[in-house]
Write a new protein. Structure first.
Length: 426
């Protein structure tokens, strides 16, 4: 039914999405402003790492020609009857949105769309943006009438890094349309392109709101777990044991505490509500609690060993979470700031980053094979990469304390080495 689709944005979500569309028989044009990304896709290679099944799909699409990448968004759009927009929104230091990349993409799309084109936004957006910001801009640039000459829908991405292709198969697709015809066409497209279940909602705004609400739910519940963990520490109670016991009751779903919340989703999307009128409530408080967990962790270390001035502190993990090479809102950035204030000597290890990349954060990269390991006073686990599962703490002969920010290390083994172990609520 659908001749061709353009996926605008070939990042860690857009590329798997394009590859799955192509594997299901659609002709796909992938548009991206990055020449390196475009060239790698056209070679059948993935710039997105640790995504099971993606390399295989790209090799297949390279052979059959079903996925072609280009930097010319307008031209790709002109060849397609469906356009998927998965260009990220960036967030500024003051937590305001930077629309520059997606605004630019929308301009290019507007230059290429023709009558009958369906444009679907999958980028997580503040409520109302699909209709009021982007729909109107497309109408203005194209000269076409929104809802009659071309159609508009919103269907948020709901996948998790390291399992995107699996999630595209298993998660129902939430779809909202500008009007009945937009919803009908979008629903037909996803059934053909993803072969997934659908949840059709009554409006663009409902679909937009639903995605942000998902992330707010997680942020709020992680904040609850972190607040309880701090209180459990004061009462000398193991929060992990509490969670296991409490969650045996079917109406309890306590999340796990941790050193902080990072990434481009959970710590960012709550501001799509906060900045648009939902202020001074539990959502704002949850953001404060989760961002303050790095301070709490540093405080636990100081309580145990005293001043950190001139102490050698090693942070394990620059990434915001395990096995993903991404630093957006990483708690490590907050830890670095705190440790600089404390005048500590900061070392950083992350197997997913080069030493040059780590140096750009004004800290010292450190290999776990370096002899300096024996002079480290404090270890802080921030991202529990697979490579850390077999970490040998025997090498840390001067280490006084390990702060396990993810409650993932073996407390017994660390204590047996004469090193103090501290977790979060553990």
């Amino acid at each position: 039914m659908f001749k061709a689709v353009t996926v605008v944005g070939l990042g860690k979500i857009g590329l798997p999405l394009a590859a799955v569309f192509a594997s299901n028989g659609l002709q796909v044009y992938g548009a991206d402003i990055n020449n390196r990304v475009v060239n790698s896709v056209n070679r059948g290679e993935s710039h997105v790492r640790n995504e099971p099944g993606l390399e295989e799909l790209l090799k297949k699409t390279q052979k059959n020609g079903k996925l072609v990448a280009t930097t010319n968004t307008a031209e790709a759009v002109s060849k397609s009857d469906v356009v998927i927009v998965i260009v990220p929104l960036l967030i500024k230091d003051n937590n305001e949105i930077n629309y520059s990349f997606i605004d630019s993409a929308v301009v290019d799309i507007g230059k290429g769309i023709k009558k009958g084109t369906l444009v679907i936004f999958e980028t997580t957006l503040p409520t109302g943006d699909t209709r009021n910001r982007f729909g109107k801009k497309l109408e203005e640039i194209s000269g076409l009438s929104l809802g009659t000459d071309f159609f508009l829908a919103y269907s948020p991405e709901r996948v998790y890094s390291n399992r995107i292709i699996e999630d595209l198969k298993n998660y129902p697709k939430v779809v909202g349309g500008l009007n009945e015809q937009s919803l009908k066409i979008a629903s037909s497209f996803y059934q053909e392109a993803l072969k997934c279940n659908l949840i059709k909602v009554s409006s663009l705004e409902t679909a937009e709101f639903a995605k942000v609400a998902e992330c707010v739910y997680r942020d709020v519940n992680i904040a609850l777990a972190n607040e309880l963990a701090e209180f459990a520490d004061k009462k000398n109670i193991n929060m992990l044991e509490v969670i296991k016991a409490s969650n045996s009751q079917p109406f309890s779903n306590l999340h796990f505490p941790g050193i902080g919340v990072g990434g481009h989703c959970i710590p960012v999307y709550p501001y799509f509500f906060i900045n648009n009128g939902l202020k001074n409530g539990i959502i704002t408080l949850s953001r404060e609690i989760n961002d303050n967990m790095s301070d709490y962790a540093i405080g636990k270390i100081e309580s145990a060993i005293g001043s950190l001035k001139s102490k050698n502190v090693l942070i394990l993990g620059l990434s915001f979470r395990e096995n993903v090479k991404e630093t957006t809102k990483s708690t490590t950035l907050l830890l670095i700031n705190q440790l600089k204030i404390k005048q500590a000597n900061i070392f950083l290890n992350d197997p997913l980053f080069t030493h040059t990349e780590i140096k750009s954060y004004n800290v010292s990269p450190l290999s776990l094979d370096d002899e300096i390991i024996s002079k480290i006073d404090v270890v802080i686990l921030q991202a529990f990469h697979n490579q850390y599962q077999s970490l040998d703490f025997n090498k840390f002969t001067s280490c006084k304390i390990v702060l396990d920010g993810r409650n993932s290390l073996n407390k017994k083994i660390i204590n047996q080495l004469g090193i103090r172990y501290e977790g979060i609520g553990n």
